[in-house]
Write a protein that binds this ligand. Structure first.
Ligand SMILES: Cc1cc2nc3c(=O)[nH]c(=O)nc-3n(C[C@H](O)[C@H](O)[C@H](O)COP(=O)(O)OP(=O)(O)OC[C@H]3O[C@@H](n4cnc5c(N)ncnc54)[C@H](O)[C@@H]3O)c2cc1C
Length: 713
C-alpha cells in the first residue's frame, strides 16, 4: 500500500507505502483496511531514504501523483465533457440518419425514452412497430459509474435543468441566479407576469435528457414502496388492480434479483433489470444494527413491510449502472420493429376531432433543424416525465380551461393537467464524525486503483452513489392518524466523508450556495471519517403545480413545487421528527457510540439567531438547507373520471381523448413513500401489458422472439 502525502494531500495506491512531505519520505504502515470498499487508515512509523525507495517513490509520483488532480479536473469539466459527448453523438446521428428508415407511420409512437419510455419501447416492439422519439442522445459513459452520481446532474448536455419559480418558504440557501426570465406569478396565470432582474430561492430540477432518462443520473436507490402506497392508489382510482397485490407481479417481471434476501418470494428472477447490493456498503451493517436497537426490524425493504431498516439495492450489473438504457433499450435496439430517433424534440400531439371527441393521430417534432411529423396507427404514448408530459398535453390543447384560453390554444379536453405536483423533500444532516474509516473519502479512496478495480471487477468505492442504507419510519403524526403501518419518513445513510471540494460538489448536486456550504463544512474538510443522514419527508401534504407560460414548446414550463407550504405545519413537524430520530440513531445507539459518533457543532449559516438544536433551529435548517429529491409525480394523475386531479383513467388513457395515453411517473395519484424509479418502471410494465391486451387481436407476427403475449403475470 502506498500513501503519498504531499503537503496536506494524500494519495493512495495498493502496492507500497510512502509519505512524501516534499522534504522527506516516511515509511508508513497500514493499520487497518476496512471491509469491501478498500477504505484505508494509516499511521507513520519510521523514516528511510533508500535509493530504491526514492526511485519507486518517483515512479509512483509519475504514475499516481497526478491522478487525483486529473480526476478533479475531469470532474470539474464534466459540463464540457457532456456537451462534447452530446454534440459528437448528435453529429454522428445526423450522418447515419440518411441510411435509416424514413417511415413516418408506426403502430405506436412513444415520446421520451426514459425510465418508463424505454420499458414500453422494449415490450411493445416485441409485437408491434414502434417509433421512440427521445430529445437527447446516448447515455454518457460516465453515467455508468455509480460513484460519480453526485457529479452527474446539472450537466447541460444531459440534463434538462428545469427551474422552479422563486420559493418563499424553503430553499433559503439555494443558489441565487441572476436571471432576466419572465416569471409566472403564484396563480399559474399567464396574465400576471413579472420581469425579475434577480431571481433567487429557486430549485434547479434535474431530469435526464438521453436514452434512459433520469435513471442515468439518479442515485440508484431501488425501493418499491409500502403496500399501503399502492392500496391507496386502488382506492383513489377505484381499480383494485392498482393495489399492492395487483402491481407486485409487474415489479417482479421487471427484475432479475441477485444476492441474499429475507424475502425471496418478493423478487423477480430473469427480468431485464438486475438488482443487487453494490460491493461497497460502508456503514450499512452498523446502520441496520442500530435500527434493531431502536426497535425496528432489519427487513427487505422491497418486500411486504411496514417500518424497518435495510441496505439499499441498486439496479447495477458488475457494478455498472443499468438504468432502463442498458436493461431495456440496448437488448431491443436491433429489432426491425423498433426505430429510435434520438435528438427528436416533440412539440405537441396531433389531435383530430372525431365526432364529439378528439383522437391522437401522431406528433409534431423537431430534429436536426427540421420540423417533422410521425403518425401512429394505434396509439401515441407520452412518457416525457412528470415535468414534461403535462407540458405536452397543454400545448396540444388538453388542460385547464382558463389556462388554455390565456395561451390561445383551442381546447380539446378540459382536464386538471399539471395540478397535483408532488415530490419528496429532504434535508441533509451531518457531518457525523466517526473514529474508523468506514465511509468513502474522495481524496483518500478514489484513485487509479479504484477505477481499475471498478472496470475489471465491478468492485470498490466507485460502485456506490454514497446512498447505502435506508430506514422507512412512520412519524407520531402518522401513528396518531392510525397510519402506523404506512411510513411517511425515510432516513438514508449517505456514507461520504467531506473531501476537499465537498462544499462545492454538494452545492452543485443539491443546488445549494457554495459560499454557505463552505462556511458550514469548513471545519469538516480534511477530517478523516464522517457520514451524513438524509432525512426525507415521503408523504408531504404540500402540493405544487405546473403550467406553461407561452404557446411555445421551447419555453420552459412554470414549476411551482410549493414545498413545506401546508397551513397546518404538518410537513415541517414530520421532518423535524425525522431529524430527531436520525440524531438519536447516531448519538444514542450503542452501535454508533462504539464509533464515537459526534455531530457537527456548527450552526447552519442564517440560523444563528435561534438556539442551536431547538425546534426553531431545525425549522430554519430545513427551510434553508432544502433538498428537492427530483421524485416528481402526479401532474397527469390517474383517477376516476371527473375527480379533481384525474387526467388519465386507470388504464392510463387521457380522459376525453382517444388513442392517447400517458405512461410515466406523472400518473401516480399520490407519491410512493420511497424514491420513484422502481414504481415508474412497474407502471410502464403494467402499462405495456394493458396496451398489448387492448391490441391483442392485431398483433403482427415476426417481430422479435416471444410468441406469446405477456398478459397478466
Ligand atoms: C437527481 C435525482 C436523483 C434521483 N434519485 C433516485 C433514486 O436514487 N432512486 C429512485 O428510485 N429514483 C430517483 N430519482 C427519481 C427517478 O429517477 C424518476 O422518478 C424516474 O426516472 C422518472 O422516470 P420517467 O420515465 O417518468 O421520466 P424520465 O426518466 O425523466 O424520462 C423522460 C424522458 O423523456 C424525454 N423527453 C422529455 N420531453 C421530451 C420531448 N418534448 N421530446 C422528446 N423527448 C422528451 C427526456 O429527455 C427523458 O429521456 C431521482 C431523480 C433525480 C432528478
Amino acid at each position: 500500500m502506498v500513501v503519498m502525502h504531499v503537503k496536506e494531500r494524500k494519495i493512495l495506491n495498493r502496492d507500497e507505502t510512502y509519505i512524501i512531505d516534499l522534504k522527506f519520505i516516511k515509511k508508513v504502515k497500514i493499520s487497518e483496511t476496512a471491509t469491501n470498499c478498500g477504505f484505508t487508515e494509516c499511521s507513520s512509523k519510521s523514516r528511510f531514504q533508500s535509493a530504491m525507495g526514492i526511485l519507486s517513490a518517483f515512479r509512483f509520483a509519475f504514475q499516481n501523483l497526478f491522478f487525483t488532480p486529473i480526476l478533479y479536473g475531469v470532474i470539474a469539466s464534466l459540463a464540457v465533457f457532456s456537451t462534447v459527448w452530446d454534440n459528437g453523438d448528435r453529429f454522428k446521428d445526423q450522418l447515419t440518419d440518411r441510411f435509416r428508415s424514413q417511415d413516418d407511420t408506426f403502430d405506436f409512437v412513444i415520446v421520451g425514452g426514459g425510465s418508463a419510455g424505454a420499458v414500453l419501447a422494449n415490450r411493445l416492439s416485441e409485437f408491434h412497430t414502434v417509433l421512440l422519439l427521445e430529445a437527447g442522445g446516448e447515455s454518457h459513459p460516465f453515467q455508468a459509474i455509480p460513484g460519480l452520481s453526485i457529479f452527474l446532474s446539472k450537466q447541460p448536455g444531459t440534463d434538462w435543468m428545469h427551474k422552479s419559480v422563486t420559493q418563499s418558504k424553503s430553499c433559503f440557501a439555494c443558489r441565487h441566479k441572476v436571471s432576466k426570465t419572465v416569471e409566472n406569478d403564484a396563480q399559474c396565470s399567464i396574465t400576471r407576469q413579472r420581469q425579475l432582474a434577480i431571481s433567487k430561492n429557486k430549485y434547479i430540477f434535474s431530469q435526464g435528457k438521453n436514452l434512459g432518462g433520469t435513471g442515468n443520473l439518479n442515485y440508484l436507490m431501488h425501493l418499491r414502496g409500502n403496500p399501503l402506497d399502492f392500496d391507496n392508489w386502488a382506492t383513489i382510482t377505484g381499480d383494485p388492480t392498482w393495489g399492492y397485490d395487483g402491481v407486485l407481479p409487474y415489479f417482479i417481471r421487471s427484475e432479475h434479483f441477485v444476492g441474499e434476501t429475507t424475502d425471496k418470494n418478493a423478487h423477480g428472477y430473469g427480468g431485464p433489470l438486475q438488482i443487487q447490493i453494490p460491493d461497497c456498503v460502508g456503514l450499512a451493517e452498523e446502520w441496520n444494527r442500530a435500527g434493531v436497537e431502536m426497535g425496528y426490524p432489519h427487513i427487505d425493504l422491497n418486500g411486504r413491510h411496514t417500518e424497518g431498516f435495510d441496505t439499499v439495492f441498486y439496479p447495477i450489473k458488475t457494478g455498472v449502472r443499468q438504468a432502463t438504457y442498458r436493461s431495456y433499450i440496448q437488448p431491443a435496439r436491433n429489432r426491425p420493429s423498433l426505430l429510435i430517433r434520438k435528438f427528436a424534440h416533440v412539440n405537441k400531439v396531433i389531435l383530430i376531432r372525431e365526432g364529439k371527441t378528439s383522437e391522437a393521430t401522431g406528433v409534431e417534432y423537431d430534429r436536426h433543424g427540421h420540423r417533422k411529423f410521425a403518425f401512429a396507427n394505434k396509439e401515441v404514448i407520452l412518457s416525457a416525465g412528470s415535468l414534461q408530459s403535462p407540458k405536452l398535453l397543454i400545448l396540444s390543447g388538453i388542460g385547464q380551461q382558463e389556462h388554455l384560453k390565456a395561451l390561445r390554444i383551442p381546447a380539446k379536453s378540459i382536464l386538471p393537467v399539471g395540478k397535483n405536483l408532488q415530490d419528496h423533500f429532504s434535508t441533509l444532516l451531518g457531518p457525523f464524525y466517526i473514529n474508523k474509516a468506514r465511509t468513502i473519502s474522495f481524496d483518500r479512496d478514489i484513485d487509479k486503483q479504484s477505477f481499475v478495480n471498478f472496470a475489471s471487477n465491478g468492485k470498490g468505492p466507485l460502485t456506490t452513489s454514497g446512498f447505502q442504507a435506508a430506514a422507512v419510519l412512520a412519524s407520531t403524526l402518522a401513528k396518531a392518524q392510525g397510519q402506523g403501518g404506512w411510513p411517511d419518513l425515510q432516513l438514508t445513510l449517505f456514507g461520504l466523508t467531506p473531501h476537499r471540494m465537498f462544499y462545492s460538489d454538494i452545492g452543485h448536486a443539491f443546488g445549494i450556495r457554495e459560499d454557505i456550504l463552505r462556511r458550514y463544512y469548513g471545519d469538516a474538510t480534511g477530517k478523516e471519517n464522517a457520514f451524513f443522514i438524509m432525512v426525507t419527508l415521503t408523504r408531504p401534504l404540500s402540493k405544487g403545480d405546473i403550467c406553461v407560460a407561452a404557446n411555445n414548446p421551447y419555453k420552459p414550463a412554470v414549476i411551482r413545487p410549493s414545498y413545506v407550504c401546508d397551513d397546518l405545519g404538518h410537513d415541517i413537524k414530520v421532518l423535524t421528527e425525522g431529524i430527531h430520530r436520525a440524531l438519536y440513531l447516531a448519538e444514542n445507539t450503542t452501535t454508533f457510540q462504539a464509533l464515537e459518533t459526534t455531530y457537527s457543532h456548527k450552526c447552519f449559516p442564517g440560523c444563528e439567531n435561534v438556539p442551536f438544536r431547538s425546534e426553531a433551529y431545525w425549522e430554519c435548517y430545513i427551510r434553508s438547507f432544502s433538498i428537492a429529491n427530483g421524485d416528481h409525480v402526479g401532474t397527469c394523475a390517474m383517477g376516476k373520471v371527473g375527480s379533481p386531479y384525474a387526467v388519465v383513467d386507470p388504464e392510463l388513457r387521457v380522459q376525453g381523448i382517444d388513442r392517447l395515453r400517458v405512461v410515466d411517473a406523472s400518473v401516480m395519484p399520490t407519491i410512493v413513500g420511497v424514491p420513484t424509479q422502481a414504481s415508474t418502471i412497474m407502471i410502464a410494465e403494467k402499462g405495456a401489458a394493458l396496451i398489448l391486451n387492448r391490441w391483442k387481436d392485431e398483433v403482427k407476427v415476426g417481430y422479435g422472439p416471444p410468441k406469446q403475449l405477456p398478459g397478466n403475470p
